[in-house]
Design a protein around this ligand. Structure first.
Ligand SMILES: [Zn+2]
Length: 286
């Protein structure tokens, strides 16, 4: 089964209606070249039919299809997990735990837990995705959950986030910034950049040291939005999608959880050109 052929929630429910169907698909995604021992990497393994486990011929380790994954020892059945993954991959602006609760018929805490673990698998995937070629970087200010001010009133704190997009691959990374210091920006970019040909940013002072990372070109927005190739439109698009999602789906996100939401959005944005494969990418990284 190729998940790119699944076009609707109903179809996803049908394709992954039983544990056996889900397990079969998970085996294919986890081990495209044949089942391998997760402990020592040995390819020679025995299937222990009664226990529904494999035994490694080399180290005798017993493992199941879910060992070492986000599904391991979960009380939630695999069909529900799979539908939750499908929903999170196919909701461009994200999906709230409340809606997952309704779609799966589970309690809110369970829905919240599922979403949290699925975000973890998405993060794992985007971590491998280095940004190469022509890259745009921009600082966004994201409103996070309000706290209590010293005068007793509510405050709406905000968090600075660095957004980075590769125009070549379409991949996005978003990272919370502790400060707007130029060296902090350089450090975060360094972590996420691969081989970069050119970097476009706006003229903010925080980007003053981007030359350290390669050929960089600031775009002065006050004077011009785009100047041929010199623009930050891709990253601006990512901000607007993120902001609409955070407001529309999640209403308020705490500063503490913001990074995991950023990872979820980055995952979907990065793979938007290969939409059908998103679910398999999560399964391969889970
Ligand atoms: Zn082994």
């Amino acid at each position: 089964m190729d998940t790119s052929e699944i076009k609707s929630l109903e179809q996803a429910r049908r394709e992954f209606s039983t544990r056996v169907k889900c397990e079969k698909h998970l085996v294919a995604m986890r081990w495209p070249d044949g089942v391998t021992c997760p402990k020592c990497g040995e390819k020679h393994v025995y299937w222990l039919k009664n226990q529904r486990l494999w035994e490694c011929a080399a180290c005798k380790h017993h493992f199941s299809v879910t060992s070492g994954t986000i599904f391991h020892r979960s009380k939630i059945d695999l069909p529900r997990w799979f539908v939750a993954i499908w929903l999170m991959c196919h909701s461009p602006k994200g999906i709230s735990a409340k809606q997952i609760e309704r779609e799966l018929g589970v309690c809110y805490e369970t829905a919240w837990y599922l979403a949290k673990r699925i975000r973890k698998a998405m993060k794992h995937d985007i971590f491998e995705n280095k940004l190469c070629g022509i890259v745009e970087a921009d600082i966004g200010v994201i409103k996070t959950d309000g706290g209590q001010s010293t005068h007793g009133g509510r405050i709406a704190p905000s968090t600075n986030v660095l957004g980075m997009v590769s125009r070549d691959s379409g991949a996005l990374q978003m990272q919370i910034l502790q400060t707007l210091d130029t060296m902090e920006i350089v450090r975060v970019c360094q972590k996420n950049f691969g081989t970069v040909r050119r970097i476009y940013t706006d003229a903010a002072r925080s980007f003053n040291r981007m030359w350290m990372l390669g050929s960089s070109m600031p775009v002065t927005h006050a004077r011009q939005w785009t100047n041929g190739e010199a623009h930050t439109n891709y990253v601006e698009n990512a901000w607007s999608l993120l902001k609409r999602g955070l407001v529309g789906q999640f209403h308020h996100v705490s500063a503490k959880l913001l990074q995991s939401y950023l990872d979820e959005f980055s995952f979907r944005y990065s793979h938007r050109r290969e939409k059908g494969q998103m679910m398999d990418l999560v399964l391969a990284s889970c």
